[in-house]
Ligand binder design. Structure first.
Ligand code: NAD
Length: 486
């Protein structure tokens, strides 16, 4: 039987097994065909409360479960992501509009996230401290209890499993709210994997829903840590609500990342890197190359070649045709993209390619002569749009690259890596790639942004995950009770 056989989960949420939701059901839609392709349960505030109560109960036993068993569940989950990659990949293509290589990156990375998480239960849990008293003084790491995870639609698998897997591995329970637009590929699939991997009941709850479900999750007193990935606007609200309830929130937010192309870079390779950075997954990536900064000596040729490439990239339904770009997730996102492109042209940018759409299929777009006030250059577009600005010298490149509130990723292309390194040192960014474009992720790498791209918290690697999903306890132990002056 396929992992995602609909008879298992049709119209249900995963909360202590598959169950009917108080919030009812909703359609899972294909953005390419606008057809209903499944039906999922949708959570509401009552479902959140029930899930959190049950998660808090189940977490106590799980934290006491042998580290060997917790690691084994995570390893099995990783194997299942590999075994069912085609099944899950099919939903990533149909429901999220992913092209097959992007879907494969998601399932491969999801497996890797689970394998990395499987190393966490056997990790040392603390340190023996110096003490002025004759006693054992320890700093040890304990699970936080219940972790709330909220994820966006664009990489629905990676951006949720990167929190769910380490949180579970470290002895927590998880209540997870996927984006309703990707509730099957980024929600049901994860529930089914952990069900098959033998995760004990009650530890993972998957409640698709909108902002109201997210707000209820943050407010629930049993949730001690919130792991949020999404827009800066929603992240601010999540951060404010978490602060009100005095709980930690890890916020991974938007970006408007620059790719700096120096005049000594190989032009063909630079154009290919730039196209990939801006057009992969229709540009719906937090680390997408949102600003191309190209040395004025090569800028005309760069724009010409990038526009020619954009004009030749096939756009269509990735479920039925071999295409480079699939659909935008919905009309709202498409209209936002188009209004930014239109406003950019209105403010003086030159449309070198694209700028048109049919239904949810937006043509890859190149905007030449962009300046810091060009709307598609100044703001995160989250669409397949490559605005190109020029610079005359390195100081100008630094000023342009740094002229943003965001600070997620930065790419620098040059044959002189030391020059690129010196440039990187001058531009604030959570991630820097020299001789690569801005989009990349690995389960072992500390992922996160500065500025309004997030709180600078990190996912990836044992240090970041232990910091994110445990809390420190100071514990002392001595043989006899101390004598006090009174
Ligand atoms: P969004 O912020 O609208 O939604 C993200 C998730 O948050 C969804 O599940 C949504 O239902 C939920 N949500 C929205 N408002 C909420 C609230 N007030 N309380 C609780 N939950 C709430 O984001 P989007 O527009 O769908 O996704 C794209 C954005 O996400 C872009 O800005 C992109 O850069 C960002 N993103 C960041 C990263 C990263 O790792 N830094 C990765 C992917 C996407």
């Amino acid at each position: 039987m396929a992992l995602l056989d609909t008879t298992t989960w049709h119209g249900m949420i995963f909360s202590d097994g598959w169950t009917e939701a108080a919030g009812g059901t909703m359609a899972a839609m294909s953005p390419a065909t606008r057809q209903e392709i499944g039906r999922v349960g949708v959570g509401n505030a009552d479902d959140v409360t029930r899930a959190c109560v049950r998660a808090a109960q189940a977490q106590r036993d799980w934290a006491a479960t042998s580290y060997l068993e917790r690691a084994a569940v995570l390893r099995r989950a990783g194997q299942l992501f590999e075994q069912y990659a085609d099944d899950i990949g099919g939903w990533l293509i149909r429901e999220a509009g992913s092209v097959p290589p992007k879907a494969e990156v998601e399932t491969t990375t999801a497996a890797q996230e689970c394998y990395e998480a499987a190393t966490l239960p056997s990790h040392p849990t603390g340190e023996i401290l110096a003490s002025g008293q004759p006693r054992l003084s320890l700093a040890r790491r304990l699970p936080v209890g219940v972790v709330g995870v909220i994820a966006p639609f664009n990489f629905p698998l990676i951006l949720s499993i990167r929190s769910i897997a380490p949180a579970l591995a470290l002895g927590n329970a998880v209540v997870f709210k996927p984006d309703p637009r990707t509730a099957v590929c980024g929600g049901v699939s994860i529930a089914r994997i952990f069900q098959e991997a033998g995760l004990p009941d009650g530890l993972l709850h998957v409640l698709p829903g909108g902002a109201d479900v997210g707000e209820a999750l943050i407010a629930d007193p049993r949730v001690r840590v919130v792991s949020f990935t999404g827009s800066t606007a929603a992240g601010r609200k999540v951060g404010e609500a978490a602060a009100r309830h005095l709980k930690r929130a890890h916020l991974e937010l938007g970006g408007n990342s620059a790719l700096i192309v120096l005049d000594d870079a190989d032009l063909d390779l630079a154009v290919s890197a730039g196209a990939w950075g801006s057009f992969l997954h229709q540009g719906q990536i937090c680390m997408a190359t949102g600003r191309h900064l190209v040395h004025e000596r090569i800028a005309d040729r760069y724009v010409e070649q990038l526009a020619a490439k954009a004009d030749h990239l096939p756009v269509g339904d990735p479920a039925t045709a071999q295409v480079a770009l699939g659909p935008i997730i919905d009309e709202h996102q498409r209209d936002k993209i188009h209004s930014l492109v239109t406003a950019s042209v209105g403010s003086g940018a030159r449309l070198a390619a694209g700028g048109t759409y049919e239904e949810l299929f937006y043509r890859p777009t190149v905007l030449a002569d962009a300046t810091p006030t060009t709307p598609a250059f100044a703001q995160e577009v989250f669409g397949p749009v490559a605005p190109v600005a020029t610079f005359a010298d390195l100081d100008e490149a630094v000023a342009l690259a740094g002229d943003t509130e965001y600070g997620l990723s930065l790419g620098i292309l040059s044959r002189d890596v030391m020059k690129a390194m010196a440039l990187a040192d001058r531009i604030p960014s959570g991630i820097v790639h020299i001789n690569d474009q801005t989009v990349d992720d690995e389960a072992v790498a500390p992922f996160g942004g500065v500025g309004v791209s997030g709180t600078g918290s990190r996912f990836g690697g044992p240090a970041a995950n232990i910091e994110a999903f445990t809390e420190t306890q100071w514990l002392t132990m001595q043989g006899d009770i101390s004598r006090f002056p009174f």
